[in-house]
Design a protein around this ligand. Structure first.
Ligand SMILES: [Fe+2]
Length: 250
């Protein structure tokens, strides 16, 4: 198996996406899978759509893409996300990119690997969380899912969470600067939350993505000039809180 990279949740952050694509190129990796939410929150949705179209062999639909092309869906976003969503929809419509977004799917299986935006249970919307919150799957339920649902696939790469972690039937691992490479035993089933390129929420502001070479999962962190992205968020009239959070990684 040749090494591939998995990115997710770019969220209109062009500076972070460019830094990640440069890093992936330096690694000599040519297959890039995008798990969705390329748009939403950030100031450059059109450029990020075009850049992922150019570089990614798979592009999934995230809940933000879905809300952009299905304004009637009535999906609940908080007030900040809703403001950003309406702004993003207008930009996408002006760039005539809706048709290309509406044809995306929220999951894709390739051999023993499943790529999905949200979770195995809910491809678009579900967050995987440490303790019960709003009915989302807890880590215990994720381990149960590994045992019960991983029948036709062995590996599952998910986005949406914005927090990188790796779950096996043995338990959970959180990557950190002392440990970012994990050997995957043959036959092991694995839930891989790949983190976020454009809006990390694990208190590390650096862009996050994953590579897999058939035996080893590696979590990468890439510093990028988030103050440039934050400046654009403010100058383009998006909520300032979306700019502030980039420096904090939350
Ligand atoms: Fe999402």
């Amino acid at each position: 198996m040749s090494t591939f990279a998995v990115i997710s949740d770019v969220h209109g952050n062009l500076e972070a996406l460019q830094a990640v694509l440069t890093k992936i190129d330096e690694l000599g990796v040519t297959s890039i899978y995008s798990l969705g939410d390329v748009v939403g929150y950030g100031p450059d949705p059109e450029a990020c759509v075009l850049l992922t179209e150019k570089h990614c062999c798979l592009r999934l639909m995230g809940n933000h893409e879905y809300a952009v092309v299905h304004p009637e869906s009535g999906v609940t976003f908080n007030a900040t996300a809703k403001l950003a969503l309406d702004w993003t929809r207008q930009r996408i419509q002006e760039a005539r990119l809706e048709d290309r977004i509406s044809e995306l799917q929220p999951f894709h299986q390739q051999g023993e690997t499943l790529f999905v935006h949200g979770s195995v249970q809910n491809a678009l919307y579900e967050y995987l969380v440490e303790s019960d919150r709003n009915g989302h799957s807890t880590f215990d339920e994720v381990v149960e899912s590994l045992e019960n649902d991983f029948i036709y696939f062995r590996l599952c790469f998910v986005g949406h969470n914005h927090k990188p972690f790796l779950a096996t039937t043995e338990g959970f691992l959180h990557p950190h600067d002392g440990l970012r490479e994990f050997q995957v035993p043959q036959e092991e089933r694995l839930y891989v939350s790949v983190g976020s390129v454009g809006q990390p929420r694990d208190r590390d502001p650096r862009a996050c993505f994953v590579t897999y070479d058939g035996a080893k999962i590696t979590y990468h962190r890439v510093a990028y000039p988030f103050e440039i992205t934050a400046g654009k968020i403010r100058s383009r009239g998006l909520p300032g809180v979306l700019a502030d959070r980039l420096a904090l990684g939350r």
